[in-house]
Design a protein around this ligand. Structure first.
Ligand code: GLC
Length: 392
């Protein structure tokens, strides 16, 4: 059950899971109930999963951890309750019709809904892609699913430890994301394509730095732009370009940037012509290959940080905001460059370091690719998934 059908990290992970189910047992049938429409569904169907969309009523879809508990919101509660009741019934009927052996929930809203409607005899597998303790509602409800016999998968040791602090008896199965290391091919950079995609003039020879993320604020778009501004203060002549690649793909209110806001920030920081926005790209391997350097700049601890592994896989040096599960994914100075989470000056130092040192860029790219192939190849997933699902 997927709460979203955009193509963020958790959804890409779900695609790998569907692929892995088929590899593990070609007769296994996979069905995905998605709570929203979006590009994920077509990709799932291409992998042989049957999909059904049961759209979460708007009032529920917008209800996130950021919603304020005040009088105007409280007055909406009866309407929200009525919408929720009808929806739960439809969801329960749909899941019961398929009567799965395993109900795998791939995001917070689906954990809660899955826990409520899980049929008797179905095993609930809750896949934690985020820190549970950081969210008020989630930390109240998700541990309670253990009472319904839930098994837990965590996308990093950090996420598993965070969960165990809430539910010491839990033993989440740590399953790092994998990537298709054949898809993330090693290829030439393409600064002209990046500039055109961002609507900037053709670039002079120089590096392209990119941040690839959904528009959630904590992914650090603003930090990245501030570090870029500091970079040009130190290097006014540099012809480097800075790109933010992605879009607002989730529906929860208040938690993401709009394109206009980021455009304003680029203008305010004096980065026009030097920094640009590239809308969400389905072919993310092309983006990774086109860049010279991938930047990960999350301003909160990153649960896993899938783009980091994708960048390594494409043999690109990666600069990483070093907090959370992402710290498990690289060795500083060998397979990536870490910087202090939230510190624009420290990020700027790493940007300058890589602009200066082509040898270091090459070495990090090569070592990153070898490391990604050894540790994060998709081939290991079928066996690991079977064990996480308890299939023996
Ligand atoms: C979530 C996390 C991200 C992770 C992805 C896949 O989006 O925020 O860190 O890479 O899930 O597990």
């Amino acid at each position: 059950m997927s709460p979203s059908a955009g193509l963020g990290g958790a959804e890409r992970c779900l695609l790998d899971f569907v692929w892995a189910c088929r590899q593990f047992d070609p007769h296994m049938s996979t069905r995905v109930v998605s709570l929203a429409h979006g590009p994920l569904l077509e990709e799932l169907e291409q992998l042989g999963a049957r999909c059904e969309v049961l759209e979460l009523p708007a009032a529920l879809a917008e209800l996130g951890e950021h919603v304020r508990v005040d009088l105007p919101h409280a007055l909406q509660l009866p309407a929200v309750g009525a919408a929720a009741g009808g929806f739960l019934l439809r969801l329960a009927t749909s899941v019961r019709r398929f009567s799965p052996d395993i109900l795998h929930t791939n995001g917070v809203k689906s954990h809660l809904l899955g826990g409520l409607i899980k049929p008797r005899g179905t095993r609930l597998v809750v896949h934690l892609h985020d820190f549970t303790s950081h969210r008020r509602l989630t930390s109240m409800f998700v541990p309670k699913l253990a009472l319904r016999g839930a098994r837990y998968i965590a996308n990093s040791r950090a996420v598993a430890e965070d969960f165990k602090a809430l539910l010491p008896s839990a033993e989440p199965h740590v399953l790092h994301n994998v990537v298709d290391t054949d898809y993330f091919r090693v290829g030439p950079t393409d600064s002209a394509w990046l500039a055109a995609a961002a609507g900037l003039s053709p670039p002079a020879p120089g590096l392209s730095f990119g941040l690839v993320a959904t528009y959630a604020r904590w992914k650090g778009q603003s930090l990245f732009l501030r570090a870029a501004a500091q970079f040009f203060q130190r290097r006014p002549e540099s012809t480097a370009r800075f790109y933010i690649i992605g879009g607002p793909i989730y529906t929860t209110r208040g938690s993401q940037f709009s394109t206009e806001e980021l455009e304003r920030e680029i203008a305010t920081l004096g980065l026009e012509g030097r920094a640009g926005l590239i809308p969400f790209q389905a072919d993310i391997a092309r983006v990774m290959a086109a860049l010279n350097v991938l930047v990960h700049a999350s301003t909160q601890p990153e649960p896993f940080g899938r783009t980091v592994v994708e960048g390594m896989s494409a043999a690109r040096p990666v600069i990483i905001s070093n907090a959370g599960g992402v710290a498990e994914l690289f060795r500083h100075g060998e397979t990536g460059l870490g910087f202090e989470c939230g510190n624009a000056a420290d990020l700027c130092r790493q940007l300058l370091r890589l602009e200066d040192d082509a040898g270091l860029r090459e070495a990090l790219g090569q070592a990153g690719r070898a490391w990604a192939v050894a540790k994060f190849s998709r081939a290991r997933l079928p066996a690991e998934l079977a064990s996480a699902f308890g299939l023996g």
